[in-house]
Ligand binder design. Structure first.
Ligand SMILES: C[S@@+](CC[C@H](N)C(=O)[O-])C[C@H]1O[C@@H](n2cnc3c(N)ncnc32)[C@H](O)[C@@H]1O
Length: 243
């Protein structure tokens, strides 16, 4: 019998529709294992997401992001701005190798909780191996349909993910929905630059490049306030909070 990690037990309390028989056999809570193909949200069939969904691609990404986060300030999470209270609850959407999720957990302290959601099993396996712990847990779910109740998170992050989502407006609306009043969100996306030019020539890159104001406008349309965007080279950060 698989024992339920404490962070996942706390995650289940936050779900809108908790499973009767939660599948945690791989160390993360798998909410997509029994979802029929007909029920699923639109899928990214492009080559970039295919890479992140493979063992080799997830390993290469993990090494590249660790390097980028050490060297490039534009990649670094605005953890102080997120203002996660001690004992707070934070969500990382498209958590990949899980190190951003773990930094949210450190900010929330021993009584806090940080959850990462991703769709890629190899990425989740890496995240569980490297970062899962008493207050860090991972779930397999689709960012276009977050499994949580309304208003449960003090902070939400989503870094280098929205460009891969077939319906990014659904994900942004979901993020706004799960934020508590006063909760803060920080999103990072790559912008079209030289890399974007290269990707345009791929037969199916499956990557969307947002225009300068697209995400900031979407935040405001959802009623988020204090919306700020900052573009640094090929990276854009968008921040806001729920009133
Ligand atoms: C470039 S990686 C970024 C990972 C991490 N946020 C970081 O900054 O290192 C993009 C991640 O988004 C995940 N992803 C893509 N589409 C998703 C979806 N519909 N739902 C959940 N995760 C998704 C991928 O599997 C991948 O792990």
């Amino acid at each position: 019998m698989t024992t339920m990690p404490p962070a996942l037990s706390r995650a289940i309390d936050l779900l809108a529709d908790p499973p009767a028989d939660p599948d945690v056999t791989k160390g993360y809570l798998d909410l997509l294992a029994d979802v029929p193909e007909t029920d699923v949200t639109p899928k990214n069939t492009g080559v970039i997401q295919a890479a992140w969904a493979s063992g080799l691609g997830s390993m290469l990404y993990d090494n590249a992001q660790a390097f980028a986060r050490k060297l490039v300030s534009a990649w670094q999470l605005p953890i102080d701005w997120l203002d996660i209270p001690a004992g707070g609850v934070a969500l990382d959407v498209g958590s990949g190798p899980g190190n951003v999720t773990a930094s949210l957990a450190r900010a929330a302290g021993a009584d806090g909780l940080a959850l990462g959601v991703d769709i890629s099993e190899p990425m989740l396996a890496r995240a569980v191996e490297a970062e899962a712990g008493p207050n860090v847990g991972f779930l397999r779910a689709d960012a276009q349909q977050l499994p949580f109740r309304d208003g449960v998170f003090d902070a939400v992050t989503s870094l280098a993910v929205l460009q891969l989502i077939p319906d990014p407006s659904a994900t942004i609306a979901e993020i706004a929905r799960v934020l508590k009043p006063g909760g803060r969100v920080a999103i990072m996306v790559p912008t079209a630059g030289r890399g974007g030019e290269v990707l345009k020539w791929l037969p199916n890159g499956g990557v969307h490049f947002f225009t300068e104001d697209e995400l900031g406008d979407a935040f405001e349309e959802l009623g988020l306030v204090g919306v700020r965007t900052k573009t640094l080279g090929n990276i854009q950060w968008v921040r806001g909070r729920r009133p």
